[in-house]
Design a protein around this ligand. Structure first.
Ligand code: GDD
Ligand code: MN
Length: 376
């Protein structure tokens, strides 16, 4: 037999789910020549070790262990590109997706009538009762509605994480996918053209067996980032847009702290005489340090969530490097804006040019030296 199907299983701390899943896959895919590729982001619980142990027992199981990488969508894409099988499926590794649908999906793709088969939690006959998370059901419904509007994709559940397609189609379009967040199916649907012919399967969405969901905390944020990425990501790269937004909020923080310091100084009891200039310098310094620390923290939480620095030492060194990057940016900002002004350009446009230059500079330096090993 030749390899027919690869099932991609992105994992983050799913050690306790793999063995049972291997058994369920083997049972569901009897008579099919399949392999399963576990794409693990170096989970601390040793998921990759467990995957390799399983692989020694059953060579249909393979493992890609990614170091310093994060993200469900990018894991799915890499897994789908790492097989010679002509058809690929992506599913969760926590037993929420029923493997019994796989042969049916394979049949639909094999018939040549469909380019995509997927399992919907909201199709006729589907159910989310066993999921046990009514809040998530509602949120998914809303996200689906927004996604349908923005991308023009008309499926009952474009947020689904369980689907199958031809590997070649994926490879052809892999370069155009954003790979951000976990909305991989939506991304594929919005990218592949001509539009895919889709076969929908109702899914009885189960409760997770072991471990906990990774999507709860950042779910809304990642969704919005994903939409932005599809919409404007090519014009202004998503990460830079996030960095810039954080910077703009930081500017507001700066002004607020400056105003507060000036007010505190002016309201200080008589006898403490401070010159206006001195108060301004103190205020600017306090404001700049506060705003920078705020920016560092927010960028660490959001812009570089996938590369987040953790622990006291990494945070302190990260902060120091970020401060150094900002200092260089500030010098560039002041330098350029004064040169422009000396050439007769008005203060405001000159200042805006200075800020723009400094943001690009700060972004480049900090993504390379603070958060990035590889400068992405
Ligand atoms: N490699 C890798 N890297 N895998 C990840 C990551 C990551 O950063 N984050 C999550 N995963 C894996 C999990 O280990 C699991 O196998 C699968 O991706 C889905 O993650 P869950 O944490 O179980 O997601 P969920 O159940 O809350 O979300 C479900 O609903 C979403 C739509 O609302 C899933 O079905 C998603 O696929 C779906 O998009
Ligand atoms: Mn899950």
């Amino acid at each position: 037999m030749t390899l027919e199907l690869a099932v991609i299983l992105p994992t983050l701390n799913e050690r306790g789910n793999l063995r049972g899943l291997e058994r369920r896959l083997a049972a569901a895919l009897e008579g099919v020549d399949w392999e399963a590729i576990i794409v693990d982001d170096n989970s601390p619980d040793g998921t990759a070790d467990e995957a390799r142990a399983l692989s020694l027992e059953n060579p249909r199981i393979r493992c890609i262990q990614r170091i310093d990488r994060r993200g469900l969508a990018s894991a799915a894409i890499e897994g789908m590109c790492a097989t010679a099988a002509p058809v690929v499926a992506v599913m969760d590794a926590d037993h929420q997706h029923d493997p019994a649908l796989l042969p049916k999906m394979l049949k639909a793709i094999g018939s040549g009538e469909y380019d995509l088969a997927y399992a919907s939690r909201f199709a006729e006959g589907a159910s989310t009762d066993k999921w046990g998370q009514p809040g998530r059901v509602k949120a998914s419904g809303l996200a689906n509605a927004i996604a349908r509007r923005v991308t023009g994709v008309d499926l009952s559940d474009p947020m689904s994480g369980y689907f199958m397609m031809r590997a070649e189609t994926l490879r052809q379009h892999a370069g155009g996918l954003s790979g951000v967040g976990f909305k991989i199916l939506l991304d594929i649907l919005a990218t592949v053209s001509p539009p895919m012919r889709v076969k929908e399967f109702p899914l009885d969405f189960a409760a997770r067996v072991a471990g906990e969901s990774k999507l709860d905390r950042t779910i809304v944020f990642e969704f919005l980032v994903g939409l932005y990425d599809k919409w404007l990501g090519r014009v202004i790269p998503t990460r830079f847009a996030l960095f810039g937004t954080v910077g703009a909020i930081g500017a507001v923080v700066h002004l607020a702290v400056l105003a507060l310091t000036l007010w505190l100084v002016s309201a200080s009891p008589a006898g403490v005489t401070t010159s206006k200039e001195a108060a301004f310098i103190v205020g600017q310094t306090v404001a700049a340090i506060t705003a920078m620390t705020f920016n560092f923290e927010l960028n660490n939480e959001l812009t570089y969530a996938d590369k987040r620095l953790r622990g006291l030492i990494p945070l302190l060194t990260g902060w120091a490097k970020f401060a150094a990057a900002c200092a260089v940016g500030m010098v560039a900002n002041i330098g350029v804006s004064s040169i422009l002004m000396s050439r007769g350009i008005d203060a405001l446009p000159a200042a805006i040019c200075g800020i723009a230059l400094a943001s690009v500079w700060n972004f480049a330096l900090s993504s390379r030296f603070v958060w990035g090993k590889y400068g992405t």
